[in-house]
Structure formats: structure tokens, C-alpha cells
Ligand binder design. Structure first.
Ligand code: NAD
Length: 318
């Protein structure tokens, strides 16, 4: 197949690109390197079947031409990360809404099937065992954090509208926290941030009380889910949660990272207002119900939390 991966120089994108090349696909990448980096693609940079274009998905004529060359689009490019969303809300909203609109327009013009990456953030403050039809609970528009969730919800609505009105084959994957080698901590991602501090024996900063609970999925499991879904005839037009169901508190995560890294770091708590400024809101739990994807393609995560932490430690040490 010929596949376009937008955001292919990013964390999840680079793992997906490697997997597609490994199975013999011709892969096109469009990435503006805003949070991605060419280092992520170092292992495949010279692969004859990789076509890398450092450009923005907001370049409509270029996207139209590129989508015309492929059989499938996997759309991962987005402004990602809580810190990024708070610091650059205009860029976030523009990239995530206008960018996806351009890609949907190009896919509809060429009749090209599309996988759209969404996020567990769209559930907002709705708690545990979140199934795909669960109600969403959003905070106010004055809290910038919710902008990311709202842009992704709009992406979902628009993608489903293209499916219903124009017959465009789309799949929406809602990623819950995905972690592993190459994830950068600078935009607020918790596991690489904790590992970085633990390896330096510096204080590990837990934002809020640390009792908030999260689930973590290894990037290789996420990539396998995407690969399985786009190969499944009945998955088109559907929305899927993609994540690990086991939960851990953020303080528990900090302790596990410290232990596995053999670190002497102290664990300290930092109030949300200090970490992110006034008006930041977080949710106590965010746990997926993944029975739908299991039913469609038999997908189960293969890696547990210790595997995830160890692979991040190994990557950061290297
Ligand atoms: N990692 C997670 O835990 C997680 C959770 C939920 C959803 N997601 C979604 O998965 C996708 C990939 O996220 P990631 O974790 O790999 O983050 P990432 O930041 O590593 O990847 C995003 C990529 O998109 C690129 N990009 C941003 N704006 C662009 C633009 N205008 N034009 C071209 N490229 C652009 C960035 O340079 C980067 O390479 C995103 O859509 C994100 O919303 C990720």
C-alpha cells in the first residue's frame, strides 16, 4: 500500500512509519517538525520507500497533491500536550481544526480512506470505564486546557459528517495515554518527565495531589491497534478507544519510576496553579473500556506498565 502519515516524525508517527516500511508499504510523511524531529526517523531516513516532506498540513495544495498519491491516510499531525495547549492556544486550535478539515477535504476529493487520531481528552471530566458512547463532561472555555479536547471533538464530528454525507471511509481512534521510547517530556507528558528526573536523581514533580489515576499504553500496542483497525472492513465509520485498562495513581507511577530507575529522587507535589497557571483543571480518573476494539479485531495490549517504564528508561539512558 501507499500510505500518508501526517505527523510521521512525531512520537507515535515515527513508530507507525517504521512498522509500515517493515511490512513493505510505500510511506509518505508530512510533518512540520513543530513537536516532532527528524531524529525520530533516524533508523529509516534513507529507506527507499520513505518520502519525507517537511511542511505543514495547512498547505492545502500540497496536501491535495500528496493525498492523490496514496491509498490510505493516517492523520496524526496535531498540536499535542497539555503544556503546549496552554502556551499556544491559537496554534492548537488552528492546527487541529483547520488541518483536519483540509485533510478531510483532500480525502473526499480523491476518495481516500482516512484514520483520524483523537484522544481520551474528549471525555473531559467523565471518569472511569469510558466506552465510546459515554457522555462528555467539558470544563468552561475560559480554561484553555479544554481547547485541545474541543478541537478533537470537532475533528470527530467533521470526520463522521464526511462519512455520513459523502460516504468517505473514516475510522476514529481515541488514544488514551500512549507512552514509550522517543516521547518527549517537554510538553508535559508525565512518564518521560518522571524518568528524566529519576535518572538525574532530581526531585520528581507530581502535579496536584497525585491521587489522580491514569492508564498507560505502550506505543507498539497503539501502532498494532491502528494497523489492525485499518485492515478491518467493518471498522470504517466507527469510533474506537485505544488504551490500556489498568490504572495507577500518578504518585504510584512516580514511585514505580523511581524504583525501576534505581533512583534516589525525592517525590514532591506541585500545585496545578504553579505548574500550569491559574484556572487549570484536571480529572481524577480516565480509564478506557476497550471491549469494542477487542470485539472488532481481537486487540489486547501486550505490554504492562513496568515494560513501558523500562523501555522509556532504556531509551533515555541511551
Ligand atoms: N501520545 C499520546 O498519549 C496521545 C494521546 C491521545 C491522542 N494522541 C494523538 O496522537 C497523535 C500523535 O501524537 P504524538 O503523541 O505522537 O505527539 P507528537 O507531538 O510527537 O506528534 C505530532 C506530530 O505532528 C506534527 N505536527 C504538528 N503540527 C503540524 C502541522 N501543522 N503540520 C504538519 N505536522 C504537524 C508534529 O511536528 C509532530 O511530529 C496526535 O493527533 C495526538 O493528538 C496522542
Amino acid at each position: 500500500m501507499r500510505v500518508l502519515v501526517t505527523g510521521g516524525a512525531g512520537f507515535i508517527g515515527s513508530h507507525l512509519v517504521e512498522r509500515l516500511l517493515e511490512r513493505g508499504d510505500e510511506v509518505f510523511v508530512v510533518d512540520n517538525l513543530s513537536t516532532g524531529t527528524l531524529d525520530n526517523l533516524a533508523a529509516v531516513r534513507d529507506h527507499p520507500s520513505l518520502h519525507l516532506n517537511v511542511d505543514t498540513i495547512l498547505n492545502h495544495p500540497m496536501m491535495h497533491e500528496t493525498v492523490g498519491k496514496v491509498d490510505l491516510v493516517i492523520h496524526l499531525a496535531a498540536a499535542v500536550g497539555v503544556r503546549k495547549i496552554i502556551e499556544a492556544p491559537v496554534e492548537t486550535i488552528t492546527t487541529n481544526v483547520r488541518g483536519t478539515e483540509i485533510i478531510l477535504d483532500c480525502c473526499a476529493a480523491h476518495g481516500t480512506p482516512l484514520f483520524v487520531a483523537s484522544t481520551s481528552e474528549i471525555y473531559g471530566k467523565a471518569g472511569d470505564r469510558l466506552h465510546e458512547e459515554h457522555d462528555r463532561v467539558m470544563g468552561p472555555s475560559t480554561h484553555r486546557r479544554w481547547a485541545y479536547a474541543c478541537t478533537k471533538v470537532l475533528d470527530e464530528f467533521l470526520a463522521l459528517a464526511y462519512h455520513h454525507e459523502r460516504g468517505l471511509p473514516v475510522i476514529i481512534g481515541r488514544f488514551f495515554n500512549t507512552v514509550g521510547p522517543r516521547q518527549a517530556g517537554q510538553w508535559g507528558m508525565v512518564v518521560p518527565r518522571f524518568v528524566e528526573r529519576a535518572l538525574a536523581d532530581k526531585p520528581i514533580e507530581v502535579y496536584g495531589t497525585g491521587t489522580q489515576r491514569r492508564c498507560f499504553c505502550h506505543v507498539e500496542d497503539t501502532v498494532r491497534a491502528v494497523e489492525g483497525l485499518v485492515a478491518c472492513d467493518t471498522a470504517w465509520g466507527e469510533v474506537f478507544n485505544i488504551g490500556h485498562e489498568s490504572e495507577i495513581s500518578i504518585r504510584g507511577l512516580a514511585e514505580r519510576v523511581r524504583e525501576l530507575a534505581g533512583s534516589r529522587s525525592e517525590i514532591v507535589t506541585v500545585p496545578y496553579e504553579v505548574a500550569y497557571g491559574e484556572g487549570f483543571e484536571d480529572m481524577e480518573r480516565r480509564q478506557p473500556d476497550t471491549s469494542k476494539i477487542r470485539g472488532f479485531i481481537g486487540w489486547e495490549p501486550r505490554y504492562d506498565l513496568d515494560d513501558i517504564i523500562r523501555s522509556t528508561i532504556d531509551f533515555m539512558r541511551a
